[in-house]
Every structure is written in C-alpha cells, then in structure tokens.
Ligand binder design. Structure first.
Ligand code: TK8
Length: 339
C-alpha cells in the first residue's frame, strides 16, 4: 500500500468511527418502544408511510428506537387512539384531523368544503403559519402534532345511483366521519348522513346499513370499497389531511435527541407520503374503473350548486375556529391565488 492509499484508508476508518460515535454514543437515546397506530390497512398509502417512518426512526436512532406499526384500527378507531395517547397508554398515531375536532376545535378549519383548490395550496397552508398554529393547539390537550400527511381530496361513492346532480343525493344514507361539519355539510346536500368510525365502514357498506361514503380515491382502492360500491362521483368536495400525533405525556419524557429523531423522521415521511399518495391517486381512477366502478364527473353547473349549498356551512366554521384564524387562512389563500 503506498503512502497516499494508506492515508486514505486511515481517514476512512476515522470517519467511520466518528459516525458510529455520533449515532450510538454521543446521542442521548435510550431503547424505546413506540406503538404507532393507524386506521387503514398495511397496503394503503397510510400503511406504506408508517412503514417508511418506522424505518427512518430505527436508522436514525442506531436501532434503539423501535416503532411497532399497528394498522387496520387494531388499536381502535381514531377517537379511541387519541384518548390512549392523551392518557399515555399509546405513544403515537396517524389519523384524520376531522376526528380531532372534539379535542381541538380549530381542527375544523380543514373540514371547510372546497377550502383548497389544489394540493399545492393545501401544502402551503398546512406547512405554513396557519397549519402550525392549529397543530400547536393540541399541546394544551395532551397531544403533540408532528406533521400533516395527505389523505386527499374526497369523492363520493354509493350503491344506489350515480350522483350527477344535487337531487341525486336525496335519501342516500351516507356514512360521514364523526364530525359536525361533515354531518351538517351532507345534511344540507340532502343526504341522510350517519356518523360512523372508519373501522366500521366496510361492513356497514357490505350489509347495506349505509348506501355510501366519501373518501379519497386511494382509500376507495386500498380499502376495497369497489367491492361493495358501484358508483363513484368525482366531487373533490374537501381536502382531508392526516396528522401524526404523539402522546404529550410520553413526549415530555424524551431527550432532545430522541425528539429530534422523531421530528426528522416525520418531516421525511411527510415528503414520502405526499409523493406516494399523489402518484397512487393519479392511477387510481383507471384502476377503480377496471374493478367495475361506474365513475362520473359532475358538470360545472352542478359543482357550483353543490358548492353554494356547502359554503353555507362556512359561517359556522369561521365562528367556531375563530375569525382571526379564518381571516388569516383566507388572506394566505388570496395571496397564493395572486389576488
Ligand atoms: C382512517 C380515517 C380515514 C378517514 C375516514 O383512520 O374516516 O373516512 O378518511 O382516513 O382517518
């Protein structure tokens, strides 16, 4: 080995040692088991992103922090997991922001029908000051929000008839999330809205306890709703975020290094999840058609009629989340739209 090569090898060895030291010794990281619950199945966009997050945490903590991913609502529906986090019986979860409104009323902002016109707008507002402010409100309630993931724009499915116009909603028994805004929105569209946890949805559709539901394309596909739903109407009536939350009780006992591992992994998982979800959504319509669903778009005139009915719930949301937050959101959206 010549001198130059020997020097190179020595440098590499020192660098490798320094790397090990930094991850395994210098950082204040203890062995931790993190029970991370979620509602969809392992094969869904939610399942893939939780898996990604788990791998990032293990890698960054030198294998000390282990994430046990528990999907398909095996730890209970969103609302039950939220209580487990608050009480400290479970460490982490990801779920719909819509099921958090009973804990933090500001979360209802995201339930505003037609709030965002594009995923780009959603990213800007959720990751910006408004989104961070809403997330920070969880802390007084025993939860720490880490980041928003994309659930997506919601669309309507049912087993009765294609919904082409407002009147077609009449009498459709429609499952909605356990959330007042969704309940009022669909009642005002003429549907018979029934709140149910997601974990009970498939069997409710299968047994015809309800006729329909609304969720993004990805979920209609991954939860196999096409097996029990014939009609899909592309309504894009609201953008749904998911949010990663941590038990504050547990979080407060973590070292700064441990918290950083989770924050960094959350940030990476956000980018992974949004990209993966958007790629899947772009292909989903063709797949759902191939699975036998009858898909219809709504005419612009019908979308306008629906929008008109739905935006009537906006005043109630604004009052509920507070005018300051509402106005700040509208101001940012105005800027984004170049107004
Ligand atoms: C999954 C739910 C789901 C939501 C729903 O836990 O309930 O319809 O869209 O993603 O949060």
């Amino acid at each position: 080995m010549n001198l130059f090569r020997r020097a190179l090898v020595a440098t590499a060895a020192v660098a490798a040692l320094a790397g090990t030291t930094a991850t395994a010794f210098a950082q204040d990281i203890k062995p931790r088991l993190i029970r991370f619950g979620y509602g969809l199945n392992e094969q869904s966009n939610q399942g893939r992103a939780v898996k990604f997050f788990a791998a990032e945490v293990e890698k960054a903590s030198g294998g000390k922090m282990k994430v046990r991913a528990i999907g398909a609502a095996a730890l209970g529906p969103d609302t039950q997991m939220q209580q487990a986090l608050i009480g400290g019986a479970q460490e982490m979860m990801v779920g719909s922001t819509a099921t958090l409104v009973g804990i933090t009323k500001e979360m209802a902002l995201w339930d505003t029908p037609f709030l965002f016109n594009s995923a780009k707008e959603a990213d800007a507002v959720l990751d910006g000051p408004v989104g961070q402010k809403v997330m920070a409100r969880l802390q007084d309630k025993g939860l720490v929000g880490l980041t928003y993931w994309e659930n997506g724009f919601r669309n309507l499915t049912n087993s009765k008839r294609p919904v082409q116009k407002l009147e077609d909603m009449a009498g459709v028994k429609l499952r909605v999330m356990q959330n007042e805004v969704f309940l009022n929105s669909f009642k005002s569209l003429g549907a018979n809205a029934v709140p149910l946890p997601f974990s009970e949805l498939f069997s409710a559709l299968e047994s015809r306890t309800v006729d329909g539901q609304e969720n993004p394309f990805n979920t209609i596909l991954s939860s196999k709703f096409y097996e029990v739903q014939k009609y899909l109407s592309v309504t894009n009536h609201v953008y749904s975020p998911w949010i990663i939350t941590v038990s504050k009780k547990w979080w407060d006992g973590l070292s700064k290094d441990e918290q950083k591992v989770l924050l960094d992994a959350a940030a990476k998982s956000r980018d992974f999840e949004r990209k993966d979800t958007r790629e899947e959504a772009a292909k989903a319509v063709a797949e759902l058609k191939a699975k036998g669903m009858q898909i219809n778009e709504l005419s612009p005139a019908e979308v306008a009629r629906m929008r008109d009915k739905l935006t009537r719930v906006n005043a109630g949301i604004a009052a509920n989340v507070g005018m300051d937050l509402w106005n700040e959101t509208q101001a940012q959206l105005g800027k984004l739209r170049g107004k």
